[in-house]
Design a protein around this ligand. Structure first.
Ligand SMILES: O=P(O)(O)O[C@H]1O[C@H](CO)[C@@H](O)[C@H]1O
Ligand SMILES: [Mn+2]
Ligand SMILES: [Mn+2]
Length: 390
């Protein structure tokens, strides 16, 4: 069957157990969904369970559906990275075979001093840190001196934190553009610069939704470029337009949080178009995974689960819904970084009587290949379409 519209939900960081190559990433034993299900009291995901989530892997309180309403499986990432860009790019058909540059010891002194000169402010931090811990540590000094906070992580990110009342947003964005320009040079090759504005008082800082990401462009056309070139819609909701650096996108809408992401997706279901509507729900990752907060993560999953009936009810006969993720972020794992995990795959449309097992997909790109197949646009270089099994 061919579908007029594909609705793709990436639950950011909702992994479903370690991949065979997890030890290479120091992620043996990681299991985002599994550990949340074990740890969180009164955990249940009744609607995702009906779709077949419990058929993918054993999850406490998520029963195996006898007649799953969706096709189900899990996907393996083949790219050499476990960051958001790598995961999303692979979903849309790119194999990231050279890992992005990371900066476990902070950025080179030459880069920082050139940056300081260009922006007319000093830099604090310049190290690997959790984005909330570093505010507690350096926020007060930042407020006193006006020096900005620069930090990174296990990902290829140059993150810039500043208080909205000390560095006005427009200035922070300008500073980020300068950082973007400098770090695009081959010698640095940083994937993303991220503005991390915050508000509040020492000891009580909160980050605002004025976060903004400046990503490098995907190194080759993705399935979304092909959709756009074929005159189809490729609608980006939430962080999607940042992740693909506006490439292959016909319309984009930013979102405030997960529930707004679901609202915006429902908004596009009610519109008339042919093509893709693609949302990233980032709260799972940013608010709970990196914060190592299994309770909060569990609640966020349950809140999302509660919206599933609304989404299914709004779909038309020739719509396809796909729910997946981009990497893991096990909130009980060591450190505060992503984890190398399989991602769940749930594929729903109204005509399914009993969902079938799509197995372990060898690459996330099987999804991009399926979308390309459905719309009759050129297939990506990697990935096998599972459209005939849908
Ligand atoms: O600790 P915070 O600031 O949330 O940062 C996290 O968010 C970054 C971008 O997704 C990741 O690389 C990780 O560092
Ligand atoms: Mn992510
Ligand atoms: Mn993350």
């Amino acid at each position: 069957m061919r579908f007029s519209r594909v609705f793709l939900i990436v639950m950011d960081s909702v992994g479903i157990g370690e991949q065979p190559d997890a030890p290479k990433f120091k992620d043996e034993g990681a299991n985002t969904l599994g550990h949340i299900a074990e740890r969180v009291e009164n955990f249940s995901l009744p609607n995702l369970a009906k779709l077949g989530l419990g058929n993918i892997a054993p999850l406490r309180n998520v029963p195996i559906a006898e007649q799953p309403a969706a096709h189900y499986g899990k996907m393996q990432e083949i790219s050499m990275g476990k960051d958001t860009s790598t995961g999303h790019w692979e979903i849309m058909g790119l194999h990231v075979s050279t890992p992005f540059n990371t900066y476990p010891d902070g950025f080179p002194a030459a880069l920082i001093s050139e940056f300081e000169e260009r922006i007319g402010r000093k830099v604090l931090g310049n190290k690997v840190a959790s984005g909330t811990d570093i505010l507690d540590e350096l926020g007060p000094e930042h407020m006193k001196t006006g020096a900005i906070i620069v930090y990174t992580s296990a990902d290829s990110v140059f993150q810039i934190a500043a208080h909205e009342e000390i560095v006005p947003l427009q200035e922070l964005y300008r500073i980020c553009e300068i950082a973007r320009e400098l770090t695009l040079r081959d010698e640095y090759a940083v994937t993303r610069v991220i503005a991390r504005p915050f508000v509040g008082e020492p000891g009580n800082f909160t980050r605002t939704s004025n976060r903004h990401d400046y990503s490098v462009k995907p190194f080759a056309p993705t399935v979304m470029n092909e959709l756009q070139a074929a005159g189809l819609s490729s609608i980006a909701l939430g962080k999607i337009s940042d992740i693909y650096a506006e490439e292959g996108i016909t319309k984009s809408i930013r979102t405030k949080d997960n529930m707004d992401g679901v609202d915006q997706l429902l908004g596009t279901i009610k519109e008339t178009f042919t093509g893709l509507s693609f949302v990233n729900l980032v709260d799972f990752d940013a608010k709970y995974g990196h914060r190592r907060d299994p309770q909060g993560y569990g609640q966020a999953l349950m809140e999302f689960d509660a919206r599933i009936p609304e989404i299914l009810g709004a779909l038309k006969e020739d719509d396809l819904l796909v729910i997946t993720a981009d990497h893991g972020n096990d909130p009980v794992h060591h450190g505060t970084d992503h984890t190398r995990e399989y991602v769940p795959l749930l594929v729903f449309h109204k005509g399914i009587e009993t969902g079938t097992d799509l197995g372990i997909r060898e690459t996330f790109a099987d999804l991009g290949a399926t979308i390309a197949d459905n719309f009759g646009v050129p297939s990506p270089a990697i990935g096998k379409s599972f459209l005939s099994r849908v």
